[in-house]
Structure formats: structure tokens, C-alpha cells
Design a protein around this ligand. Structure first.
Ligand code: AHR
Length: 522
């Protein structure tokens, strides 16, 4: 009823402002109505999460250089990367995979460094993994970042006992073989682990299981994952990728299965032209730009599809959707190991990040966690490193600009906008979301997907009166502009003045291919 009243109010308002605008010849096809006095669900900070796999140079070289490195570090974690990551307020970090997780035996990665077993990373380049970065190093990294740990367990090639032992080692404070072992390895107190995933992509690299088989296996594993010393695990069951709605149905339909997890993971990558030829991260034309945007927007359809199934079995929304791998996947940079998935990051990726984060915000009632793939040097990274050099990508800047939405309340929006057309296909040209934080400040984040045209958005703000507006914009001269080690500031945010606020109507002039975040203060 409340929703209906508000919708009616918006309709009347739209009609009224439309008529007014027509009179004054100000008709705008791009209208974003923001209702500030009807607050929606809290946007979980964890949808701004990240993912670090033992893949290429994400961990080794990217995050971890070791205590003896000449690169300045804290407990082996490189300082430049650490300090930059703190700026974007990383809420949680997923580790150790990905596909690597289902080949990972955690006991290989504890104890004195010289004695740790070396293994072959069979998924990613066949390189030797010396396990110098293991449980203790990861937990130290989360501590230094001030974020929660999201650990992904091994179902594919592990055992129930191995996983149960890991949880005990990490979180128990009882006297037990695992806690004694942890103490012998230098850690007296148990850690807190917020998220724990029961396998990764078990329909593929995690064991090629059917949905029924996985559901039964997951129940068995979950039964033995203890909640020790006040630590309450949020168990994430392996969900489907993309449009595999049948998998979600299987995991949700049975009450007994449902009871064994709190979150259901989904993975979705935007891959232009399919797995065979994914296109270059920096040398692309408008067709590839458009196609990337179109694929990015599919995330909304995918979330709606899986949410609709979850809603049938869990109308109270007690289970979260955990989008723990998302982003653009392009061809690797030439001359790099194809198994390392190292790709550059351009203005196109910045728009991708804005589209996804706006979509996750809009689905705050169901999406509780999301993790960009991946944090450093792999796929759509926020940071790239080369020896002692580091560069912040356009995606990094979007995460920094959007951090204001973390734990804020989602606001009702009504967006009507023009299309961005390419050939015979069209998509909405504008992506947006808005929230109100605990201090009453409203943040509006928008992206203009059109690389050729600036767009003026008329924005009636209903509910409260705001006196001050400030903003930041991220844009670039070319669709493919990117930050390199030689030119690290080609794409960077700047102060945004392209707006006016008059009589409660905000008018925003969005440059072509841009991301804008505005702050409204009363
Ligand atoms: O992020 C790279 C890989 O993509 C992950 O290891 C896997 O889960 C997914 O297929």
C-alpha cells in the first residue's frame, strides 16, 4: 500500500513536472526522480567485495612480495597496493579461488616456509605454487585491509574432514589438534571468518557435478562446518553461472538443502563474442564497446531471474545472492602467459563497474555479497603491478567513488532515459542508483553509456530540501583510454561542476562515456 501510494505520488509528480517543463519548453527525455523520504533496504557493504585467487600475479607479485623483498612491505604485503586498497574500503576479500580453491589443500600452506609443499597450479599456467602465501598470510592481509575474510573451501578434490579441520584451525579456541597446530604456527587467538564457500563452480572446474549431486554433497560438507568461539559462518553454496536457473531451483526447492546455507553464489562474466575470441582490453571499436555494455546490463536480468526463484522458496529473503565473480573478461595482453589472465583496464571497464555496482545497489534486498574478479593483475582488476610499480585502473576509481553507498539505505528512483543505439540494437543510455547515508547525505551515482554524446538528466528530488551539491566525474578522451605504468593518470576522477540545483530540481550534464557521483547535503 505504502509502495502504491509512493508510485502514485511519483506518477502525479512526473505528470506535473512534465507539464511544467513543457510550458517552459524544458522537456527532457532523461528524467531521474529521486524520492528521499522513502528509504529501502540497507546496501550491504559486502557487495563492494573483491576476489584474490592464486592465479597469475594476483597473489605473488601483486599482493604478496614476501618479507625479504626490496619492495616496501608490511609482513610481506606490498605497501603501495595495501595503502591504495585501504582507500576504496574493501569490505571483504575472497580467497584462494576460483578454480584454484578446489585443488587447494590448506595444510600445504601453513608452517615454516621452507617446509611447505610445492604443488603445480594445474588450472592457471601449470606454474609451481610454493605455498608461501597461505592461511596465516591471507588472514594477515585481511587484518591489514580491515576487511572480512571470505574463504572458499575445497569440495572438488578435498574431503569433509579437511574442510572441517580448516574451520576449526581458523576459528576454534578449544583445546584440539587443530588449535594446537595453529598455536604451534604462531597464532594464539582464533580468527573470525565471516564468509565460507562450500566449493567453487562445482558444475565445472570444481568437480563437474550435477545440481542434485552437488546439493547432496554440499549438505554433507555443511553439516561438519562448526561455529566456534562465537564465530557465525555465513555458508555460501555453489550456485550457477549466468542463466542456469535450474541449478538455483534445485538448491532452493528442498527445505533440508536450503537450511544448510545462508548465501547462494552466482558467477557472470561479460565476454564479447564468446570464449573463442574475447577481444582486446584496449584495442576495440564501438561495436565491442556497445556489446560489452549490453552484456553488462544482462546482470540485472540474471539477478532478477535467480531472485524470482529464491523469492518463491524464501519470500522473507533470508538467503542472500552472492555474486562472487563478475566483470569483463578479455584476451590476455600480448606477450603474457595465457594462463595468467592479465588484461589492461580502460574507460570501458569503468562504465562496466558503475553499471554493475548500480545494479547490485538496486537489488540490495537480495544481493548481499559481490566480488569483482579480480583484485590485482587478473581480469578486471582495480590495480596492476609491474615489479615495484603500481597503477590504479579506471575500475579502481569507480570503486573509490561508489564507496559512499556502503551500508547506506537504497533510495527509490524512477529513471526514464533515451536509448543508446548501435546498428539495430539499443540499450538504455543511463545507469543510476541512489542512497542516503547515516548522516542524511544523499549520493547519486550515474553512468552515461554513450561514448559519442553528452546527456542532460533532469532530476527532481522529492522528500527533502538539499542546499549543497558536490560531485566527482570520471571520463576520458577515448573509449579505450587507460592508465599505463608510463602514464598512470590518463584516466582519473576530477571535481564535477556540470550540474545546477534550482527549486528542488537537479540538472546534470553527463559528459559522454562518464561516471558521475553526486553528494547532496541538507
Ligand atoms: O576468475 C577466473 C576463474 O573464472 C575462476 O577461477 C573461476 O571460478 C571462473 O571460471
Amino acid at each position: 500500500m505504502k509502495k502504491l501510494t509512493i508510485s502514485l505520488f511519483i506518477l502525479i509528480f512526473l505528470a506535473a513536472t512534465g507539464a511544467m517543463a513543457q510550458k517552459e519548453n524544458l522537456v527532457s527525455v532523461n528524467q531521474l526522480v529521486i524520492v528521499t523520504n522513502h528509504q529501502g533496504p540497507v546496501i550491504s557493504k559486502d557487495i563492494y567485495g573483491h576476489f584474490s585467487e592464486h592465479l597469475g600475479t594476483c597473489i605473488y607479485g601483486g599482493l604478496w612480495v614476501g618479507l625479504d623483498s626490496k619492495i616496501p612491505n608490511t609482513y610481506g604485503i606490498r605497501n603501495d597496493v595495501l595503502f591504495a586498497l585501504r582507500e576504496i574500503k574493501v569490505p571483504n576479500l575472497r580467497w584462494p579461488g576460483g578454480c584454484f580453491a578446489d585443488t587447494y589443500h590448506w595444510k600445504d600452506g601453513i608452517g615454516p616456509k621452507g617446509k611447505r609443499a610445492s604443488i603445480v597450479n594445474t588450472n592457471w599456467g601449470g606454474v609451481t605454487e610454493d605455498n608461501s602465501f597461505g592461511t596465516h598470510e591471507f588472514m594477515k592481509l585481511t587484518e591489514l585491509l580491515g576487511c572480512d575474510a571470505y574463504i572458499n573451501g575445497n569440495v572438488g578434490s578435498g574431503s569433509v574432514k579437511e574442510m572441517a579441520d580448516w574451520i576449526e584451525y581458523l576459528t576454534s579456541n578449544s583445546v584440539s589438534p587443530m588449535t594446537i597446530l595453529r598455536k604451534e604456527n604462531g597464532r594464539e587467538e582464533p580468527w573470525k571468518v565471516k564468509y565460507f564457500a562450500i566449493g567453487n563452480e562445482n558444475w565445472g572446474c570444481g568437480g563437474n557435478m550435477t545440481d542434485e549431486f552437488y546439493a547432496n554433497t554440499m549438505k554433507q560438507y555443511s553439516t561438519f562446518l562448526g561455529n566456534y568461539a562465537g564465530n557465525q559462518l555465513y555458508r555460501v553454496a555453489c550456485g550457477p553461472s549466468d542463466y542456469n536457473f535450474g541449478w538455483t531451483e534445485t538448491l532452493m526447492k528442498d527445505q533440508g538443502t536450503r537450511a544448510m546455507f545462508q548465501g547462494l553464489s552466482i558467477h557472470y562474466y561479460s565476454i564479447v563474442d564468446g570464449w573463442g575470441f574475447k577481444g582486446s582490453a584496449t584495442k576495440f571499436d564501438e561495436r565491442e564497446w556497445f556489446e560489452t555494455m549490453r552484456l553488462n546490463l544482462q546482470m540485472d536480468f540474471i539477478i532478477k531471474g535467480h531472485s524470482a526463484i529464491m523469492d518463491r522458496y524464501d519470500p522473507q529473503k533470508t538467503k542472500g545472492l552472492v555474486v562472487d565473480e563478475w566483470g569483463n573478461w578479455f584476451n590476455v595482453e600480448s606477450g603474457t602467459n595465457p594462463g595468467f589472465l592479465y588484461q589492461q583496464n580502460s574507460m570501458r571497464d569503468a562504465i562496466t563497474a558503475a553499471i554493475h555496482l548500480n545494479i547490485f545497489n538496486q537489488h540490495a534486498d537480495r544481493v548481499k555479497v559481490a566480488n569483482l574478479a579480480q583484485m590485482v593483475n587478473v581480469l578486471q582488476s582495480v590495480i596492476l603491478t609491474k615489479e615495484d610499480k603500481m597503477v590504479l585502473t579506471p575500475t579502481y576509481h569507480v570503486f573509490r567513488m561508489f564507496r559512499v553507498h556502503q551500508e547506506a539505505k537504497l533510495l527509490n528512483l524512477d529513471l526514464r532515459c533515451e536509448d543508446y543505439t548501435f546498428g539495430n540494437k539499443k540499450i538504455p543510455a543511463i545507469s543510476a542508483s541512489a542512497s542516503v547515508d547515516k548522516d542524511g547525505k544523499v549520493h547519486v551515482s550515474l553512468a552515461n553509456l554513450n561514448p559519442n554524446k553528452s546527456i542532460t538528466v533532469t532530476c527532481p528530488v522529492i522528500g527533502d530540501t538539499f542546499k549543497k551539491v558536490t560531485g566527482e566525474v570520471l571520463t576520458a578522451s577515448e573509449m579505450s583510454s587507460f592508465n599505463s605504468f608510463e602514464s598512470p593518470e590518463t584516466v582519473k576522477p576530477s571535481v564535477f561542476n556540470g550540474f545546477t540545483l534550482k527549486d528542488g530540481i537537479l540538472t546534470i550534464n553527463m559528459p559522454s562515456k562518464s561516471v558521475v557521483v553526486l553528494e547532496l547535503t541538507k
